[in-house]
Design a protein around this ligand. Structure first.
Ligand code: SF4
Ligand code: SF4
Ligand code: SF4
Length: 909
């Protein structure tokens, strides 16, 4: 049954205790009149108390009175009970979380926290013993803002809400209008005693099984009386001011922004929270109810469109999802330029239809009219426009850092990527696409030089958690890289003696030199990844054995490393070899030779590689035969030209009929004319003219017609499910298989595909594994949906752009190239690379929803292009809790008048 969004959710089987005394205590704390507006049995304020407050505690709690500081001696007089009894009950209340305890004038003094949130509910949930014993308290805390939130929509003027965003200080450093009460450092410098505790909101979500994977431990800082209370009751540990500053920095590095309880008066607070949009129960008033004024700072983010390069870092990190990637180019068609929410609770009645109930799973990254095609079409959504800009400025390390946010192997990709970004590049509609890959290769070449290497900083330390990666191809390595940055204990198991999977064994050195792969793998070594080669999981060690050795999650990325047979006569003759096997053999021993004529069957890039390797290994008259005509050939045009320049003959529209042999050895192949490859439904279904055949004499037939997956024994005993084509079933977004602790990616999921697809998949699996190995985390909540949309290239106005031709690296002489396994291609010179970057049209730019923006400054700290400033547009100052009503009432009246006037005017129309 669908639960009401404004009611508390109860775990199955929970039974309310209906405790009258506790209800009276709840009403007292909430300043409710039981006869008029008292709480109900299913209200979170009552439920959070009934879990752990007994009659004695409630009686004493009521007698303490609202917000009055009391000693046990005073209470003994008030209640006519013993001092010991009163002290015991007051201490229990403090331990449970309704009341503070501090030593004042040498005596333990107690008083109730003023509000439920911030205050009592967080204090209760910050007591991990309470949470363990009474998990219902987390349900109550979660429910509080959801149940009460709608009532406060539009009621609070900016800056006076119960919580308040404090901008990341470096984001407002240069703003001359900033006030000291807007600086985190002021609060830390004003206090002398500090403690830290786990984030109460993320604890809460975790217990409910809805965690988002953000850092939880040590993320709430308490100060002054709150710190004394937290240390005394074991909720937090004492820290120094320096440690508090370090926590703030670590939080910012992990994409967390700051909020303070805003009930102590202007410039005062007792805590600093490090929050994320996905779990924070305070930010939810903005994200879910769009009641942003309740939490906002005085600032709003402004993007300088000219400087912005749509890298997307701000968009991904904005806790409010208040930013979207859009378009910078002029257009004949519609372009979304302003996304600021105009229908708001400020001057409208605010009902369920206006809320964004699914805000944790419906994040959007791009405006509906699209953004830069390069970023959109790259499977890893690398910030192409951004790294082109950084390369133009000679900032190679920064460019590498940006690329490696999504792709740890820029050098490898610089040599082998199938360049979907270039296919999509808007500049291609003007003259020729930007040489994106050449630019990337230039940047990545810098990474191979010691001085410019970019080795990411470890964000966390989860070294107590062991993760096993099976397979060291691009998917496995990518997953290992991102897990290593998070500080996991990662081991990669590889059954071959060399690392890199198909990168090493399936790609010849003259396309991708082994030292480039090694150099990028070295960075993983520096991050602490352990590699075990020559170990076949499923044979030498099983997943169960790894489990009992403490591995908590597995990533299967063994690739499609086996060749495929065609199913024709003669495939077993000596001299008939699968292309991948042939590549693997020669890649492991470039001195191995062949002699005689060679026929290669296949028309893809792998077939081209096979043919080119055959030439270098000593093959004569190397001929390729493929089903497709020249236009339909899957190999890239440039690959085809290179092959021809090395005297490889490409014969289109021929398919193998049978392989001919003598004495068990191949002597020739009969081919038949292929008249079409695709049927009327677009499916691959070749048709032949069997009357048109020819026989080609040959000593080798190298079959490069696809690859298959050899699972070996790795899946034995597991619950994973395979598809009919032997690929593994995974969840589309999380890459989790049917066995919860096994994730999979790369070719074993997609079938044979490109390295960049595998790299993109590896990162997503790392995100899932990180969440999986921590209790209570959901694999989807708060996660980027990676839904990118390309701008309408047909509508873009390109007339005003120059026609600077594309820069090209020097041509290679096929006759020279075919004599060596070394890669003798040249890259763009620095001068050429810079010229090429100038051809980029700069298609994308970010837009901000200035209403939804809470002015946290996260975006500004993530922007490497100085494109974001925080502008001070409000002047709200916090007030003390007891003065809030007075500050709010005029605002409430004004809002009511506005809404009524709107309705009257609406009716008149
Ligand atoms: S012109 Fe530049 S920004 Fe536009 S698609 Fe091409 S590389 Fe990307
Ligand atoms: S300042 Fe505004 S736009 Fe920037 S990250 Fe924070 S909420 Fe998002
Ligand atoms: S504003 Fe900065 S961080 Fe955001 S997309 Fe533009 S360049 Fe990237």
């Amino acid at each position: 049954m669908k639960q009401s969004i404004t009611k508390m959710y109860f775990p199955q089987g929970y039974e309310c205790k209906h405790n009258e005394k506790v209800m009276a205590f709840a009403n007292m704390l909430g300043r409710k009149d039981p006869k008029k507006n008292g709480y109900k049995w299913d209200d979170p304020e009552y439920v959070i108390l009934e879990a752990g407050v007994d009659d004695d505690m409630a009686e004493v709690g009521i007698a303490m009175g609202y917000f009055t500081k009391r000693t046990a001696k005073e209470m003994a007089e008030i209640m006519g009970k013993s001092e010991d009894y009163c002290y015991e009950q007051m201490m229990k209340l403090a331990w449970y979380g309704t009341s503070f305890v501090n030593v004042i004038d040498g005596v333990d003094t107690f008083w109730h926290a003023e509000s439920w949130i911030p205050g009592i509910m967080e204090m209760i949930v910050n007591n991990l013993e309470v949470v363990k014993k009474y998990p219902i308290v987390t349900y109550a805390m979660e429910a509080y803002g959801r149940v009460r939130g709608p009532m406060s929509s539009g009621m609070f003027p900016p800056g006076i809400g119960l919580m308040r965003v404090i901008p990341i200080e470096s984001a407002i450093d240069s703003n001359s209008r900033r006030a000291s009460y807007e600086e985190v450092s002021k609060y830390l410098n004003d206090n002398t005693i500090f403690s830290c505790s786990p984030c109460s909101c993320r604890t809460d979500r975790e217990i409910m099984g809805e965690g988002c994977g953000h850092l939880k431990e040590d993320m709430c800082i308490q100060m002054g009386h709150a710190a004394e209370y937290y240390i005394r009751t074991g909720r937090g540990r004492e820290i120094t001011r320096e440690e508090a500053f370090e926590i703030i920095q670590r939080a910012e590095e992990n994409g967390l922004m700051h909020q303070i309880p805003n009930i102590d008066g202007s410039g005062k607070t007792h805590a600093i929270c490090n929050c994320c949009g996905c779990s924070c129960l305070s930010l939810r008033s903005g994200t879910m109810y769009k009641n942003v004024d309740m939490v906002r700072s005085n600032y709003v983010s402004k993007v300088d469109k000219d400087k912005c390069v749509a890298c997307g870092q701000c968009v991904e990190n904005c806790p409010m999802n208040a930013m979207r990637l859009g378009q910078k180019l002029c257009s004949n068609g519609p372009v979304t330029e302003d996304i600021t929410t105009t229908h708001t609770p400020r001057n409208n009645d605010w009902t369920e239809k206006e809320w964004n109930i699914d805000y944790r799973t419906n994040r959007e990254e791009v405006v509906d009219t699209g953004t830069a095609p390069c970023k959109t079409s790259c499977p890893a959504h690398i910030a192409v426009q951004g790294y082109i800009k950084l390369a133009a400025q000679g900032k190679y390390t920064e460019a590498l850092e940006l690329i490696k946010m999504e792709n740890p192997f820029p050098a490898v990709c610089g040599y082998i990527c199938n360049k979907r970004c270039e296919d999509a590049c808007t500049r291609g509609d003007l003259d020729e696409p930007i040489a994106i890959d050449d630019i990337k290769r230039f940047i990545a070449d810098q990474d191979l030089k010691k001085d410019n290497r970019f080795i990411p900083k470890k964000r966390n330390n989860y070294s107590d958690k062991k993760i096993a990666i099976v397979g060291s191809g691009p998917a496995g390595l990518s997953c290992a890289y991102f897990l290593a940055i998070d500080g996991y204990d990662v081991t990669v198991f590889e059954k071959e003696k060399v690392l890199g999977g198909m990168l090493t064994l399936g790609i010849p050195s003259f396309v991708l030199e082994k030292k480039i792969i090694e150099a990028e793998i070295d960075i993983l070594r520096e991050l602490g990844v352990i590699f075990k080669t020559g170990v076949e999981v499923g044979k030498d060690i099983t997943l169960d054995e790894l489990r009992s050795n403490g591995y908590e999650a597995f990533y299967l990325a063994i690739g499609a490393q086996k060749g495929r047979k065609i199913g024709i006569e003669g495939e077993d003759y000596e001299g008939v070899i699968s292309g991948v096997e042939f590549l693997s053999r020669i890649n492991q021993n470039e001195k191995e030779t062949i002699s005689g004529n060679v026929v290669v069957i296949g028309g893809g890039n792998v077939a081209i590689d096979v043919a080119r390797v055959a030439v270098r290994a000593g093959g004569e008259n190397v001929k390729m035969f493929c089903l497709e005509n020249r236009e339909q050939m899957p190999a890239l045009d440039e690959e085809i030209h290179v092959a021809e320049s090395e005297d490889i003959t490409i014969n289109n529209s021929w398919g193998p009929k049978r392989i001919i042999g003598e004495n068990g050895k191949v002597t020739g192949i009969e081919l038949m004319r292929c008249i079409s490859t695709i049927d009327e439904n677009g499916r691959f279904s070749p048709k032949y003219d069997e009357g048109d055949t020819m026989i080609v004499e040959t000593d080798y037939v190298l079959l490069s017609v696809g690859q298959s997956i050899d699972w070996g024994g790795v899946l034995s005993g597991s619950k994973v499910v395979l598809n009919s084509n032997n690929t593994i079933q995974v969840d589309d977004a999380t890459y989790q298989t049917k066995q919860a602790d096994i994730f999979a990616g790369g070719d074993v999921v997609t079938g044979p595909s490109f390295a960049i697809d595998a790299i993109a998949a590896g990162k997503q699996a790392a995100i899932s594994i990180h969440r999986f190995v921590h209790e209570g985390q959901d694999l989807l909540i708060g996660r980027s949906r990676r839904q990118y949309l390309q701008l309408d290239k047909n509508a873009v106005i390109l007339d005003s752009f120059d026609r600077t031709p594309r820069q090209r690296a020097g041509n290679i002489d096929g006759q020279k190239a075919k004599k060596t396994f070394r890669d003798i291609r040249t890259s763009l010179s620095e001068d050429q690379m810079k010229k090429e970057t100038e051809r980029c049209l700069g298609c994308g730019a970010t837009v901000v929803d200035e209403y939804m923006c809470v002015g946290c400054g996260m975006c500004a700290t993530k922007c490497k292009f100085d494109a974001i400033t925080l502008e001070r547009v409000y002047d709200g100052e916090g007030v003390e809790f007891l003065g809030m009503k007075k500050a709010i009432i005029p605002h409430v009246i004004k809002r009511k008048v506005k809404i009524t006037a709107k309705k009257v005017l609406g009716r008149k129309k």
